[in-house]
Design a protein around this ligand. Sequence first.
Ligand code: GLU
Length: 488
Amino acid sequence: MSIRVRFAPSPTGYLHVGGARTALFNWLLARREGGRFLLRIEDTDRNRSSQEMVDAILEGMSWLGLDWDEGPFFQGEGVERHRADALRLLAEGKAYRDFTAPEELARIREEDPDGATRYPRRQAEALAPGEAEERAAAGEPHAIRFLVPDHRVVEFDDRVHGRTRFPAEAIEDLVILRADGSPTYNLAVVSDDAFMNITLVMRGDDHLSNTPKQILLYEALGYPVPEFAHLPLILGPDGKRLSKRHGATAVGDYEGQGILPEAMVNFLALLGWSPGTDQEVMSRSELVAAFSLDRVVKKSAVFDAEKLRWLNGQHLNRMDGVALASLVLDHLEAGLREPAEAAMETDPAGFGAILDLLITRARSVDDVAMKLRPYLVEEIVYDPGAVKKHWAKRPDEAAGHLEALRERLQGLEPGEWTEARLEEELRGLAEERGIGAGKLIHPLRVALVGEAVSPGIFEVLVAMGPDRSLARMAAGVQWIRRQVAGNA
Ligand code: GLU
């Protein structure tokens, strides 16, 4: 039988990094093995679940490209089946009615934590024959507890942790149906996974202690026990469990920051798994081809935001021009969208060349969107730090060099506006003036892009073209002279 796996998020928050990683590993395995991937929303905690969170989870999954083959199912729709399973256990003597008041149990737990494990069972055993049924029939509130078999060691082969053992003595008789008639998580999950014919339950390590309870429930209900794989915890860089303190943890936040879904998928895949080679940058199809549970590690994974940004840069560079352009458009601020669309329409090759240039150093779509400004608008803003460093120290000199360079470049024919020729002219002028090339390049960069850093200056000149470059240089000279005059 081909595998059937599932992702079963509780919609009590956005799709966070840990959940997305669980979803991805299940998806990868299903795709790798030609199995089925199910999505089940565990919405039984009505107070903490909301439609908004359900939507956010579905959106997050779609953004990551994790398509599911069946579902979304909603756990709340299966409540009658869960109840029927609990009542069947009761009828078969594998569960019992527990009339212990919650306050009483809390008190016992405090006084004698070890003794409390079997306290409700002892209370139930002390009842006269038929008493439990009578009290239940009279409407007295009570929970239904699963009778954990004694003298058992629950053993299973976890696909990540290997042979795992839990002595049943330590497991309390868990509530399966609350006094209000609602099923608890462990019962609902077993009932659903059995009903949906799940063959492998893959989820976070935090569920490891639930697994022996669930195995006992499968056995008691006569359902086949699936396999289990528990994925390692994800830690922040400080070694503590990843949380909001470490910055964004919702997958949607990364979308807003210009992270590509391909990069996020690649990054998540490496949280607890590795392909066993040096390759780190991997496409979705490469991941599907390489994925296997054998290479999932037990050790906690560390969330490294810098690595995510690096991977994002790598994936940005692999993107084709048209797709990149439309993505960048989406991330542009309002005023820039129109000139960008115009540039794309009138000179698609030129616009593509600018994107190519910016993408090389970028780590997010936002980086590109931000750096695009000087190539799109007439007026640019000069960064005060760049002005101070490269213009203001010796303003006359900077303006003089810039002006001389402008005059020289102005003489070039359009066909001569190439990187090689521009470099030759600039270096020639530097030599004539007896200065290092940097004395021309730095002030020029501030004039062209308003900042002290940019891609290679000759590439920038080519990407901007002669008209805009020369106009920028003239504007720079004017600006410096006005400042000098203003300060005199
Ligand atoms: N709904 C549970 C959670 O979000 C997951 C249950 C499971 O995977 O078994 O933690």
